[in-house]
Design a protein around this ligand. Structure first.
Ligand SMILES: Cc1ncc(COP(=O)(O)O)c(C=O)c1O
Length: 421
């Protein structure tokens, strides 16, 4: 490109490589023998792959091919899939949900891009409103999405020690009670449940408090269920699906094993869904067909429940138990660490103390020694990402082969112990 071309402010946001962008490239350029505990991809589970093969084998008649590959769907999505999802969500939430409350998008990531920008930034009344993250850290993928910089407001939550080497970030009710709306006007609230990176599953009591906070301000609460209910249902605690009026829910086909089809769903009020569909038409004309066809079969056959409950959740629970016991074996008495309670998703969030280097400085050394993790600071918006505590944490994925998990944890222990004071 000519050096004379000048990017707009919007373009400049994407012109330079971001830290996380660099990291994502690292994840794609692995040396053989590397322990890849950094990525966000789900594991390849044979029983799940078999289910996709079975569904795809049904799409062989020319009828299917014509409509699957040969035509654009409408921007709102395939009618039958919308109906199937509305019926599933009606029974799962216990409220009557109509198909005009559901949008199908190219992955839930793109839905969040639109929704977060619908409800943050400059408003008609002259205000600049932010996205509130009630308990940090939060999903990395939200942080670069707002068009305007400085679009996040947050509460750090409270750190509660739950065991000898475990803790939990809890909602800090006083931060909600004492919120200064003059100083920090809000346009929406967002949280992932289970939370990527911590594996935290916000309790229904916490969600009630957050919902009442958002209702008081007449702003939507986005709940991102990418790892949660109804599928893939990677929740190890007793918590269930939480849905109430005024909420906008995000769902995804990715974490049950289909990240490549790029299909997500949004449940919300019809006016919001209608705006989302219009924006989807501008950006994409329509969402991809394959995920919509698979979803229809997946929901109508009941496979969503069998895979989530009987295969995927037990699979990750076993991996989680392996990773935690391996950490206890490898790290105890070598480094000072504490793990966030693992209540869902497929990550562990580890907090270290007594290291004489920042985690982001140790990242290249870990990489050199054959293990990739994600430094914690990327899960905090600026300026929190510069705080010392953000440099004491890492996210570790356990959606990997057992041996890779064990070797990776061993390598982390070995490297970090040489920087322990
Ligand atoms: C919490 C969370 N939400 C949303 C997404 C986006 O997923 P997708 O766009 O594949 O639906 C991810 C992906 O890693 C995630 O971790």
């Amino acid at each position: 490109m000519s050096e004379n071309f000048i990017f707009s402010r919007f373009g400049r946001k994407y012109e330079n490589q971001t830290g996380i962008g660099q990291l994502m490239e690292d994840l794609g350029n692995l040396r053989p023998g590397m322990s890849m505990l950094g990525g966000g991809s789900p594991a390849l589970i044979p029983e799940v792959e078999e289910a996709w093969r079975e569904i795809l084998s049904k799409f062989t008649s020319s009828n299917f091919w014509d409509s699957l590959l040969g035509k654009y769907e409408t921007p709102s999505g395939k009618e039958e899939t919308l109906e199937a999802l509305a019926s599933l969500l009606s029974s799962e939430t216990g409220t009557k949900i109509h198909k005009d409350q559901i949008a199908i998008t190219n992955g839930s990531q793109s839905a969040f891009y639109l929704l977060l920008n619908f409800f943050s930034g400059h408003f008609e009344d002259g205000s600049f409103r932010k996205i509130f993250l009630p308990v940090l850290p939060e999903y990395i993928g939200y942080l670069d999405q707002p068009i305007y910089s400085n679009s996040f407001a947050y509460s750090l939550g409270q750190v509660k020690t739950t065991g000898e080497d475990t803790f939990r970030y809890e909602l800090d009710p006083s931060s909600l009670e004492n919120w200064d709306d003059e100083k920090n006007p809000l346009g929406c609230v967002a949280l992932s449940r289970p939370t990527n990176p911590t594996g935290r599953v916000a309790s229904s009591e916490e969600l009630e408090k957050i919902l009442s906070f958002s209702r008081k301000r007449n702003i939507p609460l986005f709940l991102d269920n990418a790892y949660g209910y109804p599928f893939p249902g990677i929740v190890y605690s007793e918590q269930g699906l939480f849905h109430k009026e005024g909420m906008i829910q995000g769902f995804s086909l990715s974490k049950i094993g289909l990240p490549g089809v790029r299909t997500g769903f949004v449940l919300g009020d019809p006016e919001i869904i209608s705006a989302l569909n219009k924006a989807n038409a501008v950006l994409n004309l329509a969402s991809g067909n394959l995920g919509q066809f698979i979803a229809l079969e997946f929901i109508n056959s009941g496979e969503w429940l069998r895979l989530s409950r009987d295969i995927v959740r037990p699979f990750y629970r076993k991996k989680r138990d392996l990773a935690i016991s391996c950490i206890r074996k490898e790290w105890k008495n070598k480094i000072r660490y504490s793990l966030h309670e693992s209540e869902g998703a497929f990550f562990l969030w580890a907090k270290f103390s007594g290291l004489n280097r920042k985690i982001s400085e140790l990242y290249p050394i870990l990489k050199e020694n054959g293990v990739i993790i994600v430094p914690g600071k990327y899960f905090y918006p600026t300026p929190v990402s510069q705080e010392p505590f953000a440099e004491e944490c890492v996210r570790i994925s356990f959606a990997r082969e057992d041996q890779e998990i064990q070797e990776g944890i061993h390598k982390i222990g070995k490297v970090l112990s040489s920087f322990a004071e």
